[in-house]
Ligand binder design. Structure first.
Ligand SMILES: Cc1cc2nc3c(=O)[nH]c(=O)nc-3n(C[C@H](O)[C@H](O)[C@H](O)COP(=O)(O)OP(=O)(O)OC[C@H]3O[C@@H](n4cnc5c(N)ncnc54)[C@H](O)[C@@H]3O)c2cc1C
Length: 474
């Protein structure tokens, strides 16, 4: 039986970064994945495919140029499912290729099979063909991620009623689409298909959505997506979903019905732990299959077994999973490393994009922190004029007491890239003065930081030490 220093179960972002870190530390490391292609949900059904699809949609639909050439402008007249898939397959192949190369270079062993614990220090991996390999290790990392939540009340058929994993296999682009669940995944796909001029209805049982985002940004976003033609139905509990053959019918509790050619059910994911036989390792999960860990070391209740990525729950992002995997591997292999920075960004790749870091205005109010707000609209920047941006805004929140930036919220083109400027200032404990003192490239969208910074600065009290007398007046 082979023995390893570290066995990683799952080759998504958390497993991948942990394994490469272990390889760099010259330890014997093995990655087991039940899928024959490495990369996890992130590469095959989640982050990368959805972002590639978005890029394809925006390019082929001519979305970014429509403010100049009109709403009917398209780069390609008849966009079909094959157009969307062509770029998808190329990108995914490239991602897998790079990952395999990284594993090879760092001497990371890989094994295909469904892993389950048979004891605290032992796992077995079984292939569909029935081959079973038994292995032992000093340490383990569970990085099995999540699977889609599929309630029995939804008549999934893999073609017109699908979950977010199946959605990418779509054979044709529907003329109408109902998306159930206005979480990040639902909002991303709904707005993407709306940009393709598909008639999209987005249904959310609750009265609000994306509650962790600043409400000003959500108001702006809601206005934009409705203007783009998306039918957003908040506070709409679902009574039933029926497969009527030529269409799908959703009956709402308020008596209304929504018909469409296709329905995407995007309401929640569950920790992929059911088949790990965690009892044999002495580990428990919560009702959604997630594993509790120490959030500094990523150790589970069995100290030699670690868990990282979506399987431990919030924030369930590829970006944070990468960080967690590396920190977990360092701790497991007794190698000192730097702690994670306190503030990480959220990126929502909807059309338009949203990105935030730090606190929202509502959170500042809840915490009783006196603050000032600085706002900039992209249409106030020269880069915005060049790009023909009619929308987009950046909002920053500063503490009145310390002048420190405590939150940044952006909606609009480039939001997910722009956010990192604010993230750096936040994590380095910078103040409003940074944005006023510094020169930004011109013309750029980053100039919005300067405008928002000045907007707040001009309304904030000027500290005594900043007040210099005019020449000749002491
Ligand atoms: C549609 C969609 C869009 C997303 N967009 C973004 C985004 O834009 N940005 C972002 O940061 N995040 C995004 N995410 C989230 C991101 O994909 C996840 O946070 C990330 O994939 C989690 O990584 P992970 O390492 O936990 O595992 P995963 O990527 O979930 O991979 C887990 C792996 O474990 C394997 N596995 C499971 N059980 C076993 C077992 N018993 N034995 C062996 N192998 C097993 C699976 O086959 C899989 O390969 C998105 C997710 C979805 C679904």
């Amino acid at each position: 039986m082979s023995h390893y220093d570290l066995i990683v179960i799952g080759s998504g972002p958390a497993g991948r970064s942990a394994a490469i870190q272990a390889g760099k530390l010259k330890r014997r490391v093995l990655v087991i994945d039940r899928k024959d292609r490495l990369g996890g949900v992130s590469v095959h059904t989640g982050t990368i495919p959805s972002k590639t699809l978005r890029e394809t949609v925006l390019n082929l639909s001519g979305w970014r140029e429509r403010s100049f050439y009109g709403r009917s402008y398209r780069v390609k007249e008849d966009i079909d499912a094959a157009d969307l898939k062509a770029r998808l397959h190329k990108t995914l192949d490239y991602e897998v290729d790079v990952l395999e190369h990284q594993f090879n270079r760092n001497h990371v062993d890989t094994l295909h099979g469904l892993a389950r614990f048979t004891g605290p220090h032992e796992v077995e991996a079984a292939t569909e063909a029935g081959d079973v390999t038994r292995l032992t290790a000093d340490r383990f990392l569970i990085a099995t991620g999540t699977r889609t939540h599929r309630p029995d009340s939804i008549p999934f058929n893999g073609a017109t009623i699908v979950d977010s994993d199946e959605f990418l296999d779509l054979a044709t682009i529907p003329r109408s689409l109902t998306v159930v669940g206005a979480g990040v995944i639902g909002v991303e796909y709904a707005t993407m298909f709306s940009a393709l001029d598909v008639r999209v209805t987005l249904i959310e049982p609750r009265d609000s959505f994306l509650d962790f985002i600043d409400r000003t940004i959500i108001h702006d976003f809601t206005h934009q997506i409705r203007e783009n033609g998306l039918d957003l139905r908040l506070g709409s509990a679902i009574e039933s979903v029926e497969d009527k053959g030529e269409h799908v019918e959703v009956s709402l509790a308020n008596g209304r019905h929504v018909r469409s050619e296709m329905l995407l059910f995007a309401a929640g994911r569950m920790g992929a732990t059911a088949r790990l036989n965690l009892d044999a390792a002495g580990i428990e999960t919560d009702h959604r299959g997630r594993i509790e860990v120490d959030r500094k070391t990523y150790q589970t209740s069995a100290p030699h077994i670690y868990a990282a990525g979506d399987v431990i729950g919030h924030p369930s992002l590829a970006s944070t999973s990468i960080q967690q995997g590396r920190v977990a591997a360092c701790h497991a292999l007794e190698t000192p490393t730097l702690p994670e920075s306190p503030w990480f960004p959220y990126g929502i790749y909807s059309v338009p994009e949203i990105s935030t870091c730090g606190m929202s205005e509502e959170e500042m109010q809840d915490r009783g922190i006196p603050y000032e707000v600085g706002v900039a609209r992209f249409r106030e920047t020269s880069r915005g004029h060049i790009m023909g941006l009619e929308h987009g805004m950046l909002k920053m929140l500063f503490s009145l007491k310390t002048r420190r930036v405590l939150g940044v919220q952006i909606v609009g083109e480039g939001a997910t890239e722009l956010i990192h400027i604010a993230q750096a200032v936040l994590n380095l404990k910078g103040t409003v003065d940074y944005f006023v003192q510094n020169t930004f490239n011109y013309p750029t969208l980053a100039e919005a930081y300067k405008i928002a910074g000045l907007d707040a600065f001009n309304r904030m009290p000027i500290p005594e030490e900043y007040k210099v007398g005019r020449k000749g007046q002491e």
